[in-house]
Design a protein around this ligand. Structure first.
Ligand code: GAR
Length: 195
């Protein structure tokens, strides 16, 4: 993760209930001294940091990140507010079980500024998307989406904050369902439940 970690906090809070069905085994970040790492430590979760600049190339960073994640043998990797693209090595190991959240209704407004781009375009409805990470930028198969109306007086900040409220609930609900029910993929269509 890179941001303030509110999506992570929502997951940590949900995982505190035994009925939820999932537990957070570790939290990784691409920089230190961020709120998400503090949130993880406060919850007693192990953390690690892999910074791009500490490696000779982006590929080496990607391999180190994959290695660090693999050490915890996760069933699911959740990239909540992680603003870096993972590479081939990472996807070779965790492709198909890495989720990411995005603050727009994909395939509209991919990239770093989903809320701002939707506002600037003038759409009246936007939202959040949970998807399975692939090699593209926010192009993966969609697990869930929620919509949010754009208000006349919205700024990027007010809109993004409103998106984040529903984004957190969507993330928690989907991760819980995946943990309890599994999921199947048919073409681009993702469904909860085992085949
Ligand atoms: C979330 O809205 C997430 O969708 C977005 O960053 C925010 C992180 O919030 N990610 C992207 O825009 C990725 N392209 P958080 O740190 O409070 O969870």
């Amino acid at each position: 993760m890179s941001g303030s970690g509110t999506n992570l906090q929502a997951l940590l809070d949900a995982c505190a209930s035994p009925d939820f069905g999932a537990e957070v085994v570790a939290v990784g970040a691409d920089r230190d001294a961020i709120q998400g790492l503090t949130r993880a430590s406060d919850a007693g979760i192990e953390t690690f940091v892999r910074k791009v600049k500490d490696f000779g190339s982006r590929e080496e960073w990607d391999a180190a990140l994959a290695e660090s994640v693999a050490a915890y043998e996760p069933d699911l990797v959740v990239s909540a507010g992680f603003m870096k693209l993972v590479g081939e090595t990472f996807l070779d190991r965790f492709g198909g079980k890495t989720l990411n959240t995005h603050p727009a209704l994909l395939p509209s407004f991919p990239g770093m500024h989903g809320a701002r781009d939707a506002l600037d375009y003038g759409v009246k409805v936007t939202g959040a998307t949970l998807f399975i990470v692939d090699a593209g930028v926010d192009t993966g198969m969609i697990v869930d989406q929620v919509s949010v109306p754009v208000e006349d007086d919205d700024t990027e900040e007010t809109l993004h904050e409103r998106i984040k409220v529903v984004e957190r609930s969507m993330l928690v609900e989907s991760v819980g369902r995946i943990a309890r029910e599994g999921y199947t993929v048919d073409g681009r269509r993702v469904r909860f439940g085992r085949a």
